[in-house]
Design a protein around this ligand. Structure first.
Ligand SMILES: [Zn+2]
Length: 312
């Protein structure tokens, strides 16, 4: 059974505090991971203030203790106080990740702008976000990024087109069940997509799963030996307030025989031509606000591979 940990780093504090803690904790248990880092300004304060104005989300924020985990300075970042940089504030943390053997990739530029306004900023706005992000990655790491994970699991045909033009090894933009190639509005994209297959801890944490044992059992019931299980965590939650629960889960998965892999290893093992072509749908998930991009059912018309023909 294979498990790939995808660590999304959305904020200044997530990279400065959450990532070093995760690096230490993962090294201690001998487990690797892929880190996707937002390269640009930390405007998360704007997102948090928007969420706080919505009474439905307030309940969830209390449940996950997001406000106490993010801290006041993050809430003020991009609102009352100027937005703090993320990657450029902690280039040494990013380089330390690579030195320690972890994989690093791009998680957008301005995470909040992408997540909240993807459909408004237009093709040139999307291309701008992507160019700034990859340029910053290169400036920090001294080499170009090979992979991308969309902020908030939100993508569009314009985003997929711009990312295809870069020629990446893979993307991990969506939620789904197994690697595929994306089709949107009749257009099929070349870059393999490796979707997140498991629900995130903040989606499943509720009154019924408030204790670590229940949470661990929840995941042990859901990991599959038939696919690469991709589990997304956040530097701001699993790397900070929830780190003990997260490490308990990692230990339990190891005891169950899980082999932890990086997403680039998964990508290297994919035969691009044989991947199913699946539509990317806009969908919602229990425990998550707003829409996410999800893998739809394999399109037989678009898939002209032997596998599809054999099924007919
Ligand atoms: Zn994110």
């Amino acid at each position: 059974m294979e498990v790939a940990l995808k660590v999304d780093v959305d904020t200044h504090q997530g990279l400065g505090e959450g990532v070093p803690r995760l690096m230490r904790a993962l090294a201690e248990v001998g487990v690797t991971a892929t880190f996707f880092i937002a390269m640009g300004p930390d405007n998360s304060g704007r997102a948090i203030v928007r969420v706080l104005k919505n009474p439905g989300f307030l309940k969830k924020m209390r449940r996950t203790r997001a406000v106490s985990m993010y801290g006041l300075r993050t809430i003020l970042s991009g609102t009352l106080l100027p937005a703090r940089p993320i990657a450029l504030a902690y280039p040494n943390v990013m380089r330390a990740l690579a030195r320690a053997g972890f994989e690093t990739g791009v998680h957008g530029y301005d995470h909040v702008r992408w997540q909240d306004r993807l459909d408004e900023i237009g093709d040139s706005g999307i291309r701008g976000e992507i160019e700034e992000a990859f340029e910053t990655f290169r400036a920090v790491m001294g080499e170009r990024a090979r992979c991308f994970a969309a902020p908030g699991w939100r993508t569009s045909s314009a985003a997929l087109r711009a990312l295809d033009a870069i020629g990446l090894d893979y993307r991990s933009d969506t939620r789904g069940s197994a690697p595929y190639r994306c089709a949107v509005d009749g257009e099929t994209f070349a870059t393999p997509e490796i979707p997140t297959t498991l629900p995130t801890m903040d989606e499943v944490m509720g009154p019924a799963l408030s204790d670590t044992g229940a949470l661990v059992r929840f995941y042990l019931d859901r990991v599959s030996p038939d696919t690469v299980n991709v589990h997304t965590i956040h530097a701001e939650t699993e790397g900070m307030g929830q780190i003990e629960t997260f490490i308990a889960l990692v230990r339990a998965l190891k005891e169950r025989g899980a082999r932890f892999v990086q997403l680039r290893e998964v990508a290297a093992g994919l035969d691009r031509a044989a991947l199913p072509v699946c539509p990317v749908m806009r969908s919602t998930l229990p425990g998550r606000a707003g829409w996410i991009s999800a893998q739809g059912a394999e399109s037989v018309a678009a898939a002209s591979s032997g596998a599809a023909t054999a099924r007919l």
